[in-house]
Write a protein that binds this ligand. Structure first.
Ligand SMILES: Cc1ncc(COP(=O)(O)O)c(C=O)c1O
Length: 496
């Protein structure tokens, strides 16, 4: 029993995990001695000689958009199939214990994942967000979505309450719903220098909780760094206050952090550098100590934080690969659930990620060097978009305001003239038509609410994501189209 085992759901606790290939559960008869070299006629595991793939070569780039850069420089397209010196060869068999060969990578594996990759994730967390207690572990998932669904299953029984930031990654509501839980929105403070969650609101809510209406919350779901959709990042001091509430009111914190490693400096004027000139990179130590916002794991001393990570935004979403760092008792019930739903993540995805990181990038610090290149590129894009907005007429006239994010891939564009409107959502919908007619897509805040009515008066914003654009031109052009559309809507008497 650990300090938080009473918070594990009844459903998760009741699951048993045993496999039909296990030996008899009774004590062996007297005189039994295990054989030194037992042979397998039990498992349904095809011998790796049946696998049609003999080896895989993974060709890498050294920095994001490398081919575009070469194309720009030489004006001739360099084909990806050109011989790449930066490649990883994955063999059917290897003796290197840090690598996953194809005989293992294409084979069934324990649901927690392959040892070298689990070890990598543990070393990675020790380097970036060292947990403040010992009894933790890592388990691989098929991305953050799977991790969040499993976290919900581990904690939430039907009728349990989970606190959710009022504007959020709404697929999460499907996961909490899957456990039969009731999401309760908590207000977000949308002022420009905010930490996201409105602390006063949360404190009052918890203090005055009426248990005759709803049971006390079992968990809080928060995207604490580069929040989706608002872009806010909670400071360490702020997290300590939230964690204290979690201790006082005894709830779990599910920390979802797909964006936190993409730290972004404040806008300092038009970005001067070409995004490919990464020479002014941060040092790793500066990044780790001065830029990366500490995780709730670094405050937690009893295991009440479930940290959900993913390789989706830093490596590639199609891998469907992520991991959870949590108290061992929680990861045990998550493992049992994984046996039910998906038997863990793809061995091929694990093999590619592990071997690229171990064999080519050089382990944890090498992987972080790649992350630094990603953050430099995102930082450049963010500033380019902000510059376009700051230089627009709509901004000059005070019709819009922006939240400059400290991490992630989202800028919030607030529509100032709709701030006190009596029907913000109706107006935002009409404005969205105008924006679409100008040829740009954005996400209106009201599409990402837990409860539209609750958040109506704070829904006068669009979420802008600078991740999908193909190049600088598209970022600048979309910023222009967007602000021109807003200006026209305003000048047209807030009508299409
Ligand atoms: C906050 C948040 N959590 C989770 C996810 C899902 O991540 P994954 O692709 O790893 O399932 C996303 C994706 O956009 C996200 O924004």
């Amino acid at each position: 029993m650990t300090g938080i085992s009473h918070l594990i759901s009844k459903r998760a606790k009741s699951r048993q995990s045993s496999h039909f290939t296990n030996g008899p559960s009774e004590q062996p008869p007297k005189g039994f001695k295990p054989h030194e070299k037992p042979l397998l006629l039990s498992y349904g595991t095809p011998n790796d000689g049946f696998f049609p793939i003999d080896s895989i070569d993974v060709n890498l780039v050294e920095y994001p958009f490398e081919h575009q850069q070469k194309f720009n420089n030489s004006m001739e397209n360099l084909s990806i199939s050109e011989k790449n010196p930066n490649s990883v060869h994955i063999e059917r068999h290897t003796k290197n214990p840090n690598l996953i060969d194809l005989s293992k990578g294409l084979q069934y594996v324990k649901v927690e994942g392959h040892d070298p990759l689990i070890e990598f994730t543990e070393n990675f967390i020790k380097r970036t967000h060292p947990p403040n207690y010992d009894n933790w572990s890592s388990i691989l998932t098929t991305g953050a979505s799977d991790g969040l669904n499993k976290a919900c299953d581990a904690i939430l029984d039907p009728g349990d309450v989970i606190l959710v930031e009022e504007f959020t990654f709404t697929p999460f509501l499907r996961f909490s719903d899957n456990s039969g839980a009731i999401p309760v929105p908590i207000k977000i403070d949308l002022s420009n220098d905010s930490n996201g969650i409105d602390l006063n609101y949360l404190e009052n809510l918890l203090k005055n909780w009426d248990t005759t209406k709803l049971p006390k919350p079992k968990a809080l779901y928060t995207i604490a760094t580069g929040q989706n959709p608002t872009g806010f990042t909670q400071t360490l001091e702020f997290r300590k206050k939230i964690y204290k509430l979690a201790t006082d009111y005894d709830f779990i914190i599910i920390e979802d952090d797909p964006y936190g490693y993409l730290t972004l400096p404040k806008y300092q004027g038009p970005p001067k550098k070409n995004q490919f000139e990464l020479k002014d990179q941060l040092t790793l130590e500066d990044y780790l100590t001065k830029h990366l916002t500490p995780s709730y794991l670094e405050i937690d001393d009893v295991g009440r934080v479930i940290r959900v990570e993913t390789f989706s935004k830093l490596f590639a979403p199609g891998l469907r690969l992520g991991f959870i760092i949590a108290d061992k008792s929680i990861n045990l019930v998550i493992k049992n659930y994984a046996e039910t739903v998906n038997r863990g993540s793809s061995g091929l995805a694990q093999t590619v990620v592990n071997n690229v990181i171990q064999d080519k990038l050089g382990g944890v610090d090498g992987w972080l060097q790649w992350v630094l290149k990603m953050r430099a590129t995102y930082s450049y894009r963010k500033d380019l978009l902000l510059q376009t907005i700051y230089e627009s007429k709509a901004y000059e006239k005070g019709l819009v305001d922006v939240i400059d994010p400290k991490a992630g891939m989202f800028v919030t564009l607030k529509i100032e003239f709709l701030k006190d409107d009596s029907d913000i959502i109706l107006k935002m919908k009409e404005l969205l038509w105008k924006v679409i007619s100008y040829g740009v897509s954005v996400v209106p805040g009201h599409n990402m609410t837990v409860d539209k009515e609750f958040s109506k008066s704070r829904s006068n914003f669009f979420r802008l994501c600078y991740a999908p654009a193909n190049n600088d031109y598209e970022i600048i052009e979309s910023g222009k189209r967007l602000t021109d559309a807003i200006l026209e809507f305003y000048e047209n008497g807030e009508k299409f």
